[in-house]
Ligand binder design. Structure first.
Ligand SMILES: *Cc1c(COP(=O)(O)O)cnc(C)c1O
Length: 360
């Protein structure tokens, strides 16, 4: 199987060859605080009830292509206002891909702040669009003038705003987001992946704003393994985006499990409430360590900066102590010396903090 470099270059697009595949470390026997996962397992009674329900699935049949029951359940659980339409995705990543595919074409631009969620750029580039990154200020807030000038210059078909932002954890000023909505020539997607950990949301502004789309996922609230996301917005937009959806993108197992899990959402809302409290304790723990700059977070993770040049050593030292977090140093100029830790169980957060203390 020797395929010549020349042949690959002839067949595979240069933009794709220039990318690196999204890297996920192989999970070892770690305290895993790198991927914004909910650290809590389901209680046994819930697992038993779920397994019983799974018996009803007819895997020989195609799933409900419209996922009617799950859609209804998700609308209610996520507070989608009535006139808005929704599309479900195999994770919100798939919905980002559908939005970009719907607008793709020569000269089309996707815009997002930098640093932000890496999939916006990855999917834009793979889909053949240009990507315009708008730098955030030193405190990771949006600069109203810089973004206004960038909107004028690039005329993006779609702007993505993660709210709260990943990997920085902060909420952008809602007034600046409203200014972007008013000025943008195309769609503005407010990506609320971390909605379970904040009270802030643009879901309530869908009716007032006809170029706003709101993106949600069940991943960060406790179902990362399930792969379920939701896009909400005006029916006129969603009817078009719907055409890019592959039929049966939500499997029968996903539909049943999603309905079941949201039927018991008090369990997961309780977990999210604990994670929010533990985030504040973890933040205080980080702030008490010398030499760190700790950034405020409205999500289930915290970004912090270590003394210059030490990110690699601190990251490796934590790993030697059995704790896996994310090293962001080198991924963007604004993230130099930065690490990101996901809020885990209280004992996991304590293990992380005490390992960190030995490394600073
Ligand atoms: C994690 C994350 C997503 C992707 O979530 P999935 O639904 O698991 O695909 C989308 N946007 C942001 C900002 C995220 O951090």
């Amino acid at each position: 199987m020797t395929i010549s470099r020349k042949k690959i270059e002839r067949i595979i697009r240069p933009e794709v060859r220039g990318l690196s595949a999204y890297h996920v470390p192989v999970p070892g026997d770690f305290i895993k605080l790198d991927a914004m996962e909910n650290p809590y397992d389901w209680p046994d009674w819930l697992v038993d009830e779920w397994l019983e329900r799974l018996r009803q699935v007819s895997l020989n049949r195609y799933p409900d292509a419209a996922a009617v029951a799950l859609k209804q359940q998700m609308r209610g659980a996520l507070g989608v206002p009535d006139p808005a339409a929704v599309i479900l995705g195999n994770g919100s990543d798939e919905l980002i891909q559908m939005i970009i595919q719907a607008v793709a074409g020569p000269g089309k631009v996707v815009m997002a702040p930098e640093p932000s969620f890496v999939m916006y750029r990855q999917i834009a580039v793979v889909s053949g669009l240009s990507y315009a990154a708008v730098p955030l200020q030193a405190d990771y807030s949006l600069d109203r003038d810089v973004i206004a000038a960038a909107l004028d210059e690039h005329r993006p078909a779609v702007v993505f705003l993660a709210y709260p932002n990943n990997p920085t954890g902060n909420l952008f000023d809602p007034e600046v987001i409203r200014a972007i909505l008013a000025q943008a020539p195309g769609l503005v997607v407010v990506d609320e992946a971390y909605a379970p950990f904040t009270d802030a949301s643009f879901m309530g502004e869908l009716q007032a704003c006809d170029n706003l789309l709101v993106l949600r996922t069940l991943s960060k609230m406790g179902f990362a393994g399930l792969r379920l996301g939701l896009l909400a917005g005006a029916p006129a937009w969603l009817n078009e985006i719907e055409k890019t959806r592959l039929p049966y993108n939500i499997s029968s197992l996903n539909q049943l499990t999603g309905e079941f899990a949201l039927g018991h959402r008090e369990v997961f809302e309780q977990q999210a409430a604990s994670i929010r409290q533990d985030r504040d304790a973890l933040l205080a723990g980080l702030q008490s360590q010398p030499g760190l700059t700790v950034y405020p977070s409205a999500a289930n993770f915290i970004l912090f900066r270590v003394p210059a040049g030490q990110a690699g050593a601190v990251h490796a030292g934590l790993e030697e102590n059995g704790v896996l977090i994310k090293n962001l140093d080198g991924s963007a100029p604004a993230l130099r010396d930065c690490l990101r830790v996901t809020v885990g169980r209280p004992q996991e957060n304590a293990a992380f903090l005490s390992a960190l203390a030995t490394l600073l």
